[in-house]
Design a protein. Structure first.
Lengths: 231, 255, 152
């Protein structure tokens, strides 16, 4: 279980405040939907947790520790962009990543490879966008990481790939020991996945809560709520 | 973990290495074919000039590229999310660079020896004159010492270049300028440290070398004393710079 | 399982409703095994915790029973099944009556219209959603088919 705490975190890019004095605790053992339009600060939040950005103000902690090699061992981060070595084959990528993580499960990796219909000998640079998204999921979910961060895992990929990615997230998720934080600006497809949702607006929390509870309270789908929050 | 990282550094640059290797082989073979035809001095000069000019420049460029390409291709996301101390990454990249340089140096030595033999210079100059004066042992020792010194110098220069690049990544603008200034300042600081440190560490025992010198057209051996103080200071500076590189990469740099 | 989630109300409740619907219609028979929580979650791409909640509620409601090591099954209690069928019928009726009343129809009219609509939609031969190859039709969809692992 990994608990993430943002304590008055500010992150600036030039004049723009991507995150503005943000304080939030992400509960563990849940799938949290990190929602907001482009530019709301979702990617920034995830990168701060992964230790790829440093806060300008405040602190981000994972189980009480600031991001460090120690916390990175607990985190599986899947960025929106292509971040794998294009010259490597699928097999080489898995062999490379696996050397760094003791929680790597090779059996699961092979299963996921098959499920995703990925050719182990294919070069990453030759894969289509959908296939690269599938590979990213295999890399992230072949581990038993307590904290999984997915940055727009579905955006811009073909429907069959989207479906497989969603299935993999659901089937590999372990409620008793994992936290998944998934950011998206398109709620429609993924809202069924979220147990909790966090709406970010202009670098701060606009709304947060249990998805089903919000549905009962407001009588709306999360998607409709999204329209409302960002109207 | 380290081994995978090191392998990845080598594999990631193999096209470039293979290209350089190919070029070198073609050039050497060409010169070997001209060995009996052209003036030996010309052949040797044509052989020695490009590598001595190109290799250091290439090493400098490659040392920066090892980091620059991570950011350019966004693989910095992968690199910086690995659960390892920065020294694993920095040492693997330096080791890969060294491997390339050493490999090339060895090839250069072999190629050079072949050329010297083919042009007959090996027999004439070396076997007749040089080896009558000095033993094989001494020749080997001196070559290793010189080679080691050159390699050390290369590593230091590479390290400064890498530090300059990584440090410049802390700035969102004018990165090129920061890099150049860091480069200049680092060498200036190095000179200061060697100067001051050399005096402070003067108590350290000195090195003694037997060098072949020529007095009045007569070659003879003499003992030369090399002060170790400045060398120790240099070593400390390099260690400090390396530690700083690791700290910046681990704690400050962003994706 | 064709789970068309409307997402305007809690998902776990919609999952329960879908099971109730299938039990009421006879698509799921007493004693039928339903997918495990994980299987269902993966099938319909819903959060496993939500599915867990639905399964827990269904157990409490007596719609399902879990046998250790064997799985989750629809209740074997015929009374309970009949009750579920009545519940779903009541719900459909309530919706119908409210809507027709709002449209201004009286009780006698409603009854006559039901008869007419039934004739049109279900027909004399009992052809309907469960007819399949059964031409006799009076127990549409309830013919002697074996129990067991009915895929949802």
């Amino acid at each position: 279980m990994a608990t993430v705490v943002f304590d008055r975190v500010t992150k600036r890019f030039g004049r723009v405040r991507a995150l503005n004095d943000l304080s939030v605790t992400i509960p563990s053992g849940t799938i949290l939907g990190l929602l907001g339009p482009n530019g709301a600060g979702k990617s920034t939040m995830l990168k701060l947790i992964a230790g790829l950005y440093r806060p300008d103000g405040g602190r981000v902690t994972i189980d009480g520790d600031v991001p460090s090699p120690k916390t990175k061992a607990k985190v599986a981060y899947l960025p929106e962009i292509d971040y794998l070595y294009g010259w490597m084959t699928v097999r080489q990528i898995l062999d490379y990543v696996r050397a760094f993580y003791p929680d790597w499960d090779q059996v699961r990796a092979e299963e996921l490879l098959r499920f995703m219909a990925l050719d182990p000998a294919a070069r990453v640079s030759r894969l289509s966008k959908g296939m690269r998204a599938r590979l990213k999921i295999v890399v992230a979910m072949s581990r038993s990481a307590p904290l999984i961060l997915l940055d727009e895992p579905l955006s811009g990929i073909d429907p069959p790939s989207r479906s497989r990615v969603l299935s993999a997230i659901v089937s590999e998720f372990r409620e008793d020991g994992q936290t998944v934080v998934m950011s998206t600006h398109d709620v429609a497809e993924s809202e069924n996945l979220f147990q909790e949702v966090l709406f970010l607006r202009e670098g701060q929390v606009a709304l947060m809560g249990d998805a089903d509870q919000l549905r009962a309270q407001r009588g709306k789908s999360i998607r409709d709520l999204f329209e409302e929050v960002y109207a | 973990m380290w081994w995978q990282q090191y392998k990845k550094e080598l594999m990631g640059n193999r096209t470039e290495l293979l290209f350089l290797l190919g070029f070198f082989l073609v050039w050497t073979l060409f010169l070997l074919s001209r060995a009996g035809v052209w003036e030996p001095a010309v052949v040797i000069a044509l052989y020695g000039a490009p590598p001595s000019g190109i290799l250091p420049l290439w090493a400098l460029w490659a040392s920066v590229q090892l980091y620059r390409q991570e950011w350019r291709e966004n693989t910095s996301y992968l690199m910086l999310s690995l659960p390892v101390r920065a020294r694993v990454i920095t040492s693997a990249k330096l080791a890969a660079l060294l491997t390339g340089v050493l490999g090339f140096a060895l090839l250069f030595a072999v190629g050079g020896w072949l050329l010297l033999a083919r042009t007959g210079l090996w027999g004439e100059v070396f076997q007749r004159h040089v080896f009558s004066l000095i033993s094989w042992e001494y020749a080997v020792k001196m070559s290793l010492l010189t080679g080691g010194a050159v390699l050390a110098a290369l590593v230091i220069v590479a390290l400064v270049a890498q530090f300059a690049y990584v440090f410049s990544r802390l700035f969102s603008r004018l990165q090129g300028l920061v890099m150049v200034w860091t480069w200049v300042l680092s060498f200036w600081l190095m000179a200061r440290v060697v100067d001051v440190g050399g005096r402070l560490l003067a108590f350290m025992p000195d090195f003694h070398l037997r060098l072949l010198t020529i007095h009045n057209q007569v070659p003879e051996f003499e003992m030369v004393t090399v002060e170790s103080g400045p060398l120790w200071a240099l070593a400390l500076f390099v260690a400090g710079l390396y530690t700083l590189l690791n700290a910046v990469l681990e704690r400050a740099v962003e994706v | 399982m064709q789970l068309k989630l409307d997402q305007h109300s809690p998902i776990y409740m919609q999952i329960i409703d879908e099971f109730k619907r299938q039990v009421a219609r006879g698509d799921l028979r007493p004693g039928d095994r339903i997918p495990s929580q994980r299987e269902l979650a993966a099938m319909v791409q819903v959060n496993p915790n939500t599915v867990q909640r639905a399964y827990r509620e269904m157990e409490l409601m007596g719609i399902t029973e879990t046998l250790r090591g064997q799985g989750t099954f629809i209740t074997r209690d015929p009374e309970r099944v009949a009750q579920i069928r009545r519940e779903m019928a009541d719900r459909a009726l309530a919706g119908f009556v409210r809507e027709m009343h709002a449209l201004g129809y009286g009780c006698e009219e409603m009854v006559a219209m039901v008869r007419g609509a039934y004739e049109r939609i279900v027909g004399e031969t009992g052809a309907g959603p469960h007819a399949g190859a059964l031409a006799e039709g009076h127990q549409a969809g309830r013919g002697g088919e074996p129990h067991g692992d009915r895929g949802v």
